[in-house]
Design a protein around this ligand. Sequence first.
Ligand code: SPD
Length: 276
Amino acid sequence: MTNELWITEQLHPFYRTSLKYTEMLLDVQTEFQHLQVVQTEFFGRVMLLDGIIQLTELDNMGYHELITNIGMLAVDQPKRVLVVGGGDGGVLQQMLYHPGVEEAVICELDQGVIDAGREFFPKFNDPYADSRVEIVIRDAFYYLKENVGKFDVIVADTTDPIGAAEKLFTEEFYGLMVNALTPGGVAVSQCEQMFFNRDLIREMMINAKKLVRHPAYYYSVIPTYPGGQIGYMYMSNEPWQRGLGKAYPKELRYLNAEVHQAAFALPQFLKETLAN
Ligand code: SPD
């Protein structure tokens, strides 16, 4: 036990997640955050930002497939798509599975996350090498303001609402995303965990209801995130069911028609929380 290496995340004051690792592959302070990549025996490589687990090779499929493909499928032939954050490349990889995509922009604040994704997560197949991808290193608030009505799908693959990322969980940010959509477009934003962040999810749903006709909260299972799951806010004037049963990209390992439907089935307490 004494020689074991463990990395511990404490996102909530009453809950910790520890992963056993074998080697620290990267441990740097970028201009914006503490960026780490560790090698583990069980979870594969793991990326952490400011001590919070962002992804593991083992279970990121549950996150990246769900945050990306629900919106991609709900739009007919998405052509122009945008990732906000998500520098590790996981969401971009998913978007590029859709052959109709002509332009995929990623607006990420921290070049360090992109570099680490490219170097340490080859399983994402280096989406940055794809000629359809444009990298914008910038605060998404400004980028969205300048690109009204441009994107068929926007995915905000954010960190948790702490420090600088708090503003990504606001009515203003949701409004900017919705304004940057084409008619019938879909925006999806990472929207935290139903037991730990119930008030936040409720607030975000209130915001989403002001902006679109068909907001919906859904979630997936990610064992290395607090509570073993995380949710997403779907925002569109078209319902999420439009995508149900369409052909799923063959590369997917988590999402299928049954999971798609089930992801929107909410426990009673959350249904009541979001109904009001
Ligand atoms: N509590 C962790 C939430 C992290 C959400 N973003 C993950 C980034 C993976 N591309």
